[in-house]
Write a protein of this length. Sequence first.
Length: 71
Amino acid sequence: MDTKTLTLNEVERTWLTVPEAAEELRIPRTRCYELIQRGELPAVRIGQRSIRLNRLELEKFLVENRRVGAQ
């Protein structure tokens, strides 16, 4: 059976903080929080203050919401 063992560094990169996700999306943090609040960007709340976004879901969001040119 071919299973890959993730290194700690790879596991840490699987989940992003809101500032990290905003940086990858090249949008302001406040806009990222708005997208999460509206349910457009999937996120997980950990405790009362921590929010994490899954990198694969972030990539899926980008693909599903891409637009070419002005509409």
